[in-house]
Write a protein that binds this ligand. Structure first.
Ligand code: BES
Ligand code: ZN
Length: 620
């Protein structure tokens, strides 16, 4: 008996789940899903079967054929990272039916009340399952080593519609008897009559390609869409102005898919739809298959959202086709995807843009090295995550060091050979979950002698940035960095020097400034360029971060406003950290605590947890 994943109770000697059939009844009045799941195993199993759960109430466990009850135990307390261990006892069963309810605090789910939506008329709910939150929606072997196909019946009020990272099969009235198997006796209310009540509809979905549980995703609300390409619609809350802006922003998606196919092989997922979520969505984007989830903050009207779409699209190959076996090999997902993203950006937006992105990434990587100087494990590509929460160790390292590693290999063997290697890698391991060693073996087999040219062990197991990593060179990049260096000498860039700067140029400029400066100089910079009012959150947040660390109190109102209007962790993290970090920050700490108390309910549970752990770490 051994766990196969430090973040899951899944046992190596147990068969893995291959299919899940879900029936989900959404009760918006209590922010709860009442549900049943039939898990089918790769082979019949006798004895205990370990499953992951978090914040779930397990009502009954049954043999799906005979509906006889099966014994189960749920650990009495939560493991702080893994949640609650559910053990069901099977006797040669190859499937098991679990009847359960989620709780309002289920970490994957954000329930928005009507006032928290744009239209203010209907509630909204959506999932974010990566890295280990699928277990708070349904019991499962919540490890990317277990790839499952699934079906889902989603029972919701008729005024709403549902989307999933799966094929939509039908929208129809509930059918009497379709939940009979578990509906009659397992709940302390009559499930069947709830399911079939007036005003309810059922949306049916099927995902017939095996995916890791973290790619399970749905959203339910008052949704609308626009067609933007032959296999792409953008969905969002049904607000014409949002839908139109999104359709404009993402008009170039089909071209990116084509470029992706040219570089990495066929697009295997049939559709590539986009869903623009409310501002509380905790990430920039999430690569849910067939339907990428996006923050509305990428819609800026300057086509820069394309970079995030390029990234999530690239996951269709690296991440969704080939998946890290567990989070210790997360760089296989994100490093590869960052590399693939930049290759797509290079063709659709030009080399200059790609180099600028590499430069922003390089800056980010160097900052992470500073942040982790007392925690060198986090600077490795392959990390030991025993006892660590993936949401706490999330950083740029797997993205940017992973990118640098692959870029290093590209420089060694040349682009044509590397392109061929990547295509072969994807074709070889698609629909598999693999680890770093598997990648390295494949690399050594296909590029004989590579280990003599590149220190593969230093790159994958070593700490810090290897000496053969590479800071990009381009005249635009160097110009920005040198202007940032001049800021230290009291110089602010002149209008003509920044005339054609877009958000990313400013972002790079701000990231290269010293961590703190004279308040007067920060004010002067903003007076000239109004960065604190930028519609581009990357720019605005980078500026506000500088303002906080320079104790420039004029901007604290803007900081508060920003922390209350968005829930993307990329913005919450640096702003809260800037407020609470360091000595003599009493006023800022009080501000941080008050703002969080007021904004907490509007954040996704994952973001709530992350802010709470920032406070805990800094003794707030
Ligand atoms: N898969 C990630 C988001 C993620 C990572 C969610 C870990 C949960 C745990 C996604 O592909 C991503 O990297 N998003 C970035 C986009 C950026 C790199 C263009 C983000 O959200 O900032
Ligand atoms: Zn990613």
């Amino acid at each position: 008996m051994a766990p196969i994943d430090p973040h899951s109770f899944t046992e190596s000697t147990h068969p893995l789940t291959t299919h899940i059939s879900l029936s989900l009844y959404f009760d918006f009045s209590s922010s709860t899903i009442h549900a049943a799941a039939i898990l089918t195993l790769a082979s019949p199993h006798a004895g205990p079967l370990s499953l992951d759960t978090r914040s779930l109430t397990i009502h009954q466990v049954l043999d799906p054929q005979t509906l006889t009850q099966l014994p189960f135990t749920l650990s009495p307390t939560d493991d702080p990272i893994k949640g609650r261990h559910l053990i069901v006892t099977l006797s040669d069963h190859s499937s098991v039916l679990i009847v359960f309810s989620t709780s309002p605090s289920s970490s994957a789910l954000q329930w928005l009340s009507p006032p928290q939506t744009f239209n203010k008329l209907h509630p909204f709910v959506y999932t974010q399952c990566q890295a280990i939150h699928a277990r708070s929606v349904f019991p499962c072997q919540d490890t990317p080593a277990a790839r499952v196909r699934y079906k889902a019946l989603i029972n919701i009020p008729r005024q709403l519609s549902a989307v999933m990272a799966a094929r939509h099969e039908d929208r129809r009235p509930p059918v009497a008897g379709e939940t009979k198997a578990f509906g009659s006796s397992c709940f302390d209310f009559d499930y069947e009559s709830l399911w079939c009540a007036d005003g309810r509809v059922v949306e049916e979905f099927e995902m017939n390609q095996p995916v890791p549980p973290y790619l399970f995703a749905f959203a339910v609300g008052e949704l609308g869409f626009r067609e933007v390409g032959p296999r792409t619609r953008v969905y969002a809350e049904s607000v014409p102005s949002i839908l139109d802006a999104a359709a404009r922003e993402f008009a170039g998606t089909e071209e990116m898919i084509r470029q992706g196919e040219r570089l990495f092989g066929d697009y295997d997922w049939e559709r590539f739809d986009l869903l623009v979520l409310p501002p509380s969505f905790p990430y920039g984007g999430m690569e849910n298959p067939r339907m990428v989830f996006l923050t509305p903050t990428v819609i800026k009207g300057d086509a820069s959202g394309a970079q995030v779409v390029a990234h999530e699209l690239a996951h269709s190959w690296t991440g969704n086709l080939i998946t890290n076996k567990n989070n210790e090999h997360f760089w296989l997902n994100e490093g590869f995807t960052t590399y693939a993203e930049r290759r797509i950006v290079e063709v659709v937006q030009g080399e200059d843009r790609a180099v600028l992105n590499i430069g922003i990434g390089w800056r980010g990587l160097n900052e992470e090295m500073e942040r982790f100087k007392d925690n060198l494990e986090c600077t490795k590509l392959k990390t030991n995550q025993e006892g660590l929460d993936p949401d706490d160790v999330y950083s740029q390292v797997p993205y940017e060091k992973g990118f640098q590693f692959l870029w290093r290999i590209e420089r060694q063997i040349g682009r044509p050979a590397f392109d061929e290697f990547i295509k072969k890698y994807i074709a070889t391991f698609k629909f598999k979950s693999i680890d770093t060693e598997t990648f390295l073996n494949f690399l050594k087999e296909n590029v004989p002698g590579i280990e003599k040219q590149i220190d593969l062990e230093l790159w994958t197991e070593g700490t810090g940035i290897p000496p053969d990593a590479y800071e990009p060179v381009s005249s635009l990049y160097s110009k920005i960095v040198s202007l940032a260096n001049e800021f230290k000498l009291g110089k602010i860039p002149k209008e003509d020097e920044v005339a054609d700067w877009q958000g990313q140029e400013w972002e790079l400029y701000l990231e290269n400034l010293p961590k703190s400066a004279e308040a007067s100089q920060v004010l002067a910079l903003d007076e000239r360029y109004r960065l604190s009012e930028s519609k581009d959150y990357e720019v605005k947040v980078a500026f506000l971060q500088l303002a906080i660390s320079s104790s420039c109190k004029d901007y604290y109102g803007e900081v508060e406003k920003t922390l209350k209007e968005v829930g993307r962790m990329k913005y919450l993290r640096p702003l809260y950290i800037a407020l609470v970090q360091g000595a003599g920050k009493d006023e800022e700490k009080i501000l941080a605590k008050r703002v969080f108390a007021e904004a907490r309910d509007s954040y996704h549970p994952i973001a709530q947890g992350v802010v709470e752990s920032i406070f805990a770490k800094h003794g707030v």
